[in-house]
Design a binder for this molecule. Sequence first.
Ligand code: HEM
Length: 488
Amino acid sequence: MDPCIITIVNSPSTQTRSARLKPPGPRRIPLIGYLREFRRDPPKFLSNLARNHGDLVHFMLGPQDIYLLNHPDYIRDVLVTNNRNFVKSRGLELAKRFLGESLLTSEGEFHRRQRRLAQPAFHRQRINAYADTMTLYASRTRQRWNDGQTVDIWREMMQLTLAIVGKTLFDADVEGEAQEIGKALTDVMQLFKRITNPFAGLLDKLPLPGNIRWLRAKQMLDSTIYRIINERRASRVDRGDLLSMLLLAQDEEGDGGSMTDEQLRNEAMTLFVAGHETTANALTWTWYLLSQHPEIEAKLHEEIDRELNGSLPTASDVARLRYTEMVFAESMRLYPPAWTMGRRVLADYPVGNYVVPAGAIVLMSQWVMHHDARFFPDPLRFDPDRWTIEARESRPKFSYFPFGGGPRVCIGEQFAWMEGALLIATIAQRWKMRLASGQRVEPRAIITLRPRDGMRMILGKRIEPLDRQESALNTSRVNESPLLLGQS
Ligand code: HEM
């Protein structure tokens, strides 16, 4: 435990003094606090606060007290050591209106039950079984492309990762519908722009075009998901995927009950939302960074060519694709797909020489920590060599936390690492990308960090097509996939 915490807990006089004192921060602005600055460019605003005021910063967003934690130990203590003193904050309350009670949005016993039920779908053997689908879908994408073609690689990655989540977790073919579903999800995400708006409650009730679009998008997504659930209930087949697991699951450690259709809908929707955009963003930033660093790109190609020798990658190749993984890790350092996390404090909470009062929000920002020169010297430089085992072990754990930590750590973390490595390897085996002229590159931070204007890139073919292997894969892998074997 942090020695400062012991001092405070043991010494009432220190506690009184510290509880009254606020940590350093920008001077107070009445009423709106720093809402305007925060909304203009949230990552930059938080980085400036950390640079100017240190490891613990206090500021106001409207009437809300916010404490920004900028030290890996403080972040570990909130996410891991003292996690029971925190609940998720306003962003998740907003998400609940769309996702209902689910893994991502719920708290306490309900959350623990849902996590127990869903966890088996994310065990290592299951993830390995999903690998063939990941490679197959990526190979279909790369087959569709033409030399010299300009594509919005962000849209391509969104479609690809959405189709992969649909197939692996629900055995549903949403590849054809991916565009429509993607658009509906984007409309839904727009609502999160209200996250920092103190009048959000009022705005939500007005017949604004945004609200109407939101309702329509929600109806479209609901009907897709209920269709998948109904088909599965009707077929009564255990396909060995997540949906079957959730349908059949009995909570043996808990009440022994199973899930209603509404709970299933909430979990399915959550996994569609949480399971594709983050990975698509991470991959998009990876393609962009590679296009700007040909020497790193060449090293990546060298590894892929050497280790795969022209074959498509499988789960068992991933352990040898070390540099590929390092590229992906470094890309998520520079552009963390989940760029900040918030928690509401339940009981007064000591941090360093201060006490964060109950009701306040603590913010922990991956963006800020991942750009901290104390842990990542020359922090803006794209350098995958920061991810050798020795370099990684020399840093405190929570200097890098793209997937969060503690009991609420991303359930899809292993899924995402596997997907990242396989998609990079499959696509980079055949294609290079260069930024299209006039493409502005700017991150936009709402819940995730996506490119503000998409990412138009020009495709350049690398090596001779591997059509023979691909057509073999298309016919044999589909039948061999453990996921799909479950159908017969
Ligand atoms: C690069 C990809 C991904 C990133 C960066 C990412 C990041 C995160 C982070 C930071 C959290 C914790 C949020 C918090 O504690 O406030 C989280 C939670 C979660 N993620 Fe991911 N995620 C990724 C991919 C996935 C995938 C592929 C899935 C599912 C297939 C997924 C499903 C979830 C779920 C269900 C939760 C809530 C877990 C819980 O609270 O028990 N994520 N993710």
